[in-house]
Design a protein around this ligand. Structure first.
Ligand SMILES: Cc1cc2nc3c(=O)[nH]c(=O)nc-3n(C[C@H](O)[C@H](O)[C@H](O)COP(=O)(O)OP(=O)(O)OC[C@H]3O[C@@H](n4cnc5c(N)ncnc54)[C@H](O)[C@@H]3O)c2cc1C
Length: 231
């Protein structure tokens, strides 16, 4: 695993460095394995580091603690989010799409059709919900494409990666809940995967920065505020 440790308390965030701790290292113990709402195929466990000695060669990157504009450490960790936030957004969109398409196809069998050209007031609430579900997912998908296209081109994408993560995290949470709702008691039953998708959705709004924290990142970047000015 990769852990972050403070090697120089006086250097603040620049004094945080990542280390690899190999499996089986004495003093690194797996504690309680959590029983979770969703993503149950992925284990989340307490890790106890007690007298765990890690060789200096396991340090990732530069050992020098720099301050000022050349400081890495924590900043380097934040930079990895530019690549990982769009990945979480993509995972969210996949779950949301599965739930949306299942609900759409099941309702089509009951005679509820997607209506793209009628004015909104002529739609049933179920048709309006289906359109909104698709629109939310499409918006998240376009933002995610933008974030990843910039990343591929080697361009700055911090704003777009946080934006797509906020949008996709919220969209998947709402879309999967709607799918459960629209399908009635069957949606809530574990006969179908829809309830599982709803349980798996929320984590996408939590890890790699919560929706609230990514909203703060977006606000700071758009308004030009520092961390200290907008928290
Ligand atoms: C199942 C699971 C797997 C995870 N996997 C990993 C992993 O592999 N690697 C890893 O590094 N981390 C992982 N995490 C950690 C995850 O990224 C954090 O839990 C998440 O970022 C929230 O941070 P926190 O726990 O410190 O919550 P807190 O900071 O205590 O936040 C609690 C709540 O307060 C809100 N909040 C906090 N500050 C503000 C603010 N300034 N303004 C508005 N709202 C605010 C948050 O948005 C959140 O809703 C995992 C978490 C879970 C649940």
């Amino acid at each position: 695993m990769v852990v972050w440790a403070t090697v120089d308390k006086n250097a603040g965030r620049a004094g945080m460095k990542p280390f690899v701790i190999e499996a089986g290292t004495p003093g690194a113990v797996i504690g309680k394995v959590e029983e979770k709402l969703g993503i149950r195929a992925s284990d989340t466990a307490q890790i106890i580091l007690d007298n765990c000695r890690v060789p200096a060669r396991n340090l990732l990157g530069d050992s020098e603690v720099k301050s000022g504009r050349s400081a890495r450490g924590f900043k380097g960790a934040m930079k990895t989010f530019d690549a990982t936030r769009p990945i979480v957004a993509a995972s969210a969109i996949g779950i949301g799409r599965a739930a949306f398409e299942y609900a759409r196809d099941a309702l089509a069998k009951a005679g509820v059709r997607m209506e793209y050209t009628k004015p909104r007031w002529k739609l049933t609430t179920t048709q309006a919900d289906l359109l909104e579900m698709e629109a939310q997912l499409r918006a998240a998908w376009l933002l995610t494409l933008k974030a990843t296209a910039l990343l591929d081109a080697g361009q700055e994408n911090q704003l777009e990666s946080s934006m797509c993560k906020v949008k996709a995290g919220r969209a998947v949470t709402w879309v999967t809940q709607k799918a459960v709702e629209l399908l009635g008691p069957l949606g809530y039953s574990n006969e179908l995967l829809v309830e599982k998708w709803m349980r798996d959705a929320k984590i996408n709004d939590i890890y790699e920065g919560t929706g609230q924290i990514n909203t703060l990142v977006v606000a700071r970047l758009i308004l030009g505020y520092s961390r200290a000015e907008l928290k």
